[in-house]
Design a protein around this ligand. Structure first.
Ligand code: ADP
Length: 523
């Protein structure tokens, strides 16, 4: 190798050392001094001019205090036992910053074979250490998520299977046909119904929560009069409150009577109803619930729900808004899945508001406050519909029955509608199993009402409604979608395709009954 090659090799080596942040050091034993190369100085944040010997005592300040002992030990072993070392530590730079370095050390032997000096390299490993810490944190986070997912699945399995057990269990008893007294029979049916409704709500909450977490919830905000919203919620919770022996009072603050919030009406109702039913559920016999509201500044309206119930222990309140968190009520009598508040909090925040537990005292009661953005006071509010009448009755006896076409491929759903039509009377049911059959019957009979399943074997309901709408004789016939797809997109798509309304499965029979009643009365 020529001298020139060597020189170039030295330069290249220098460039390589610079690229990976590599410096050299050497300690002469007995002289108590350490020599640092210019690169090693740079690693400690020192200017290159400070390269050269300095006292080992002074060098100690470049090591983070908690790393000094292992370095000292490794150095001592190297001197005493001639053992090389390779150690990672945190340095303190001249500017006071921490930087991860790797230090290697090896003994240098004198003529007599004894160790006379120690030399080694210093390497900047800070980027790797930081990346490693990030990866470790990401790993821990993945483990946490994985654990949460398993817990979620196990909680969900439990929550879904419990009501299913009641439904299938009591249905099997009824199916076995051992007729006891009719009261027992009715009690079994009540259990089936109550477990079924509970399951429906649970599935609704679960889907809602999944949509919220996936950022897929859509809102249609409008000015909503708070007084009316609360009245509607009270009406919906009334029966449950009476059963529980709890009274509900709605305080209407004078300044609040024109109070409006800017919110999605259905979502706002869902949140308040959740707070209200909780206040009833977790109350005591003879207890009470008070609802009130007031403007908070110009921007917000506060809705307060106070109860005289069992309260929430302070140490548990931190977990109150977590999903599947029941705060010790898991094994109790009170039904619930621990999803309501988790969902309510997320929904209220997505609407620009918030939800909080203001105060709670075990044995005394709780006070929740929902805050929603205020809307201007003017304008007209949509009124709420009439209260639901749970009886299935023919309301226009003697008059000609209406013709109802139901296009549905599922035989159990067909049976359900046959049952409803048979019970209430006043309905002549026409049925088709597929879209083509449905079109044929619709054209031939021009029925008064058409109900369409969306998932049909030969054509989807969106297409079918478009074709129905193209038939002039059917122009004025209401066509209603009956679907199990609870997403807002599905509902929007159905209405845009020409449906007049959208009924979600499972539905309360009263929902269909009301539709039929309306059409009979308008005939
Ligand atoms: P769920 O009622 O289905 O269990 P929520 O998410 O609505 O679920 O409430 C979570 C938990 O918070 C409940 O299980 C209950 O322990 C507690 N909680 C909620 N509201 C009240 C209240 N008004 N009084 C006492 N405890 C309550």
């Amino acid at each position: 190798m020529s001298g020139d090659d060597l020189w170039r090799g030295g330069r290249d080596l220098q460039a390589a050392a610079d690229a990976v942040g590599l410096g050299a050091w050497r300690v002469e034993l007995g002289e108590e001094r350490i020599e640092l190369s210019a690169e090693a100085c740079a690693l400690f944040g020192l200017p290159a001019e400070e390269a050269g010997p300095r006292s080992t005592q002074e060098a100690w300040r470049f090591y983070a205090p908690e790393h000094r002992a292992p370095i000292e030990r490794a150095f001592r072993d190297c001197v005493e036992q001639a053992s090389p070392y390779d150690i990672e530590f945190e340095a303190l730079t001249a500017a006071g910053q921490r930087r991860w370095l790797r230090a290697t050390g090896e003994p240098v032997r004198g003529d007599d074979g004894g160790v006379v000096a120690v030399r080694g390299a210093l390497q900047d490993i800070d980027p790797y250490k930081r990346r490693e810490a990030e990866l470790r944190e990401a790993w821990r986070e993945a483990e946490r998520t994985d654990r949460a997912k398993s817990e979620f699945l196990s909680a969900m399995s439990h929550e879904l299977r419990t009501p299913l057990n009641a439904i299938l269990g009591f249905a099997q008893l009824l199916n076995a046909g051992i007729e006891r007294d009719p009261e027992e029979h009715r009690a079994y049916l009540r259990h089936i119904l109550s477990a079924g409704w509970h399951l429906r709500d649970l599935v609704g909450d679960l889907l809602d929560l999944a949509r919220v977490e996936a950022g897929k919830t859509s809102f249609s905000p409008e000015p909503v009069r708070v007084g009316e919203l609360l009245q509607e919620c009270v009406r919906l919770a009334w029966e449950q409150a009476v059963e529980r022996g709890v009274s509900i009072r709605l305080e209407e603050a004078a300044e609040g009577s024109a109070c409006r919030v800017w919110a999605d009406r259905l979502r706002a109702k869902q949140i308040v109803l959740n707070l209200l039913t909780n206040a009833v559920k977790y109350n005591r016999d003879g207890g009470s619930v008070t609802l009130s509201f007031h403007p908070e500044g110009e921007e917000e309206v506060a809705i307060d729900v106070r109860d005289t119930g069992i309260g929430i222990p302070r140490e548990r309140s931190a977990a109150l808004f977590e999903s599947f968190e029941r705060l010790g009520h898991e094994l109790g009598e009170i039904e619930g899945a621990g999803l309501g508040l988790a969902l309510a909090l997320r929904l209220s925040r997505l609407m620009g508001g918030d939800l909080a537990l203001v105060a709670s005292e075990p044995g005394e009661g709780s006070h929740f406050r929902l805050r929603l953005p205020a809307a201007e006071a003017e304008g007209h509010d949509r009124s709420y519909g009439p209260s639901l009448d749970p009886q299935l009755l023919d309301d226009a006896e003697g008059e000609a029955p209406i013709q109802l076409l139901y296009v549905e491929d599922n035989s159990v759903n067909q049976l359900l509608l046959q049952g409803l039509a048979g019970q209430r009377g006043g309905v002549e049911l026409l049925e088709a199993n597929d879209a083509v059959g449905g079109l044929e019957i619709a054209e031939r009979y021009a029925p008064d009402l058409i109900l369409l399943d969306i998932h049909l074997p030969d054509m989807d309901g969106y297409e079918l409604v478009r074709r129905l709408r193209a038939i002039p004789a059917l122009e004025a016939v209401p066509v209603v979608a009956v679907s199990a797809d609870a997403t807002d997109e599905a509902r929007r798509r159905a209405l845009a395709s020409g449906f007049d309304d959208y009924i979600l499965k499972p539905f309360e029979l009263e929902e269909l009954n009301a539709l039929i009643r309306e059409i009979r009365l308008s005939k």
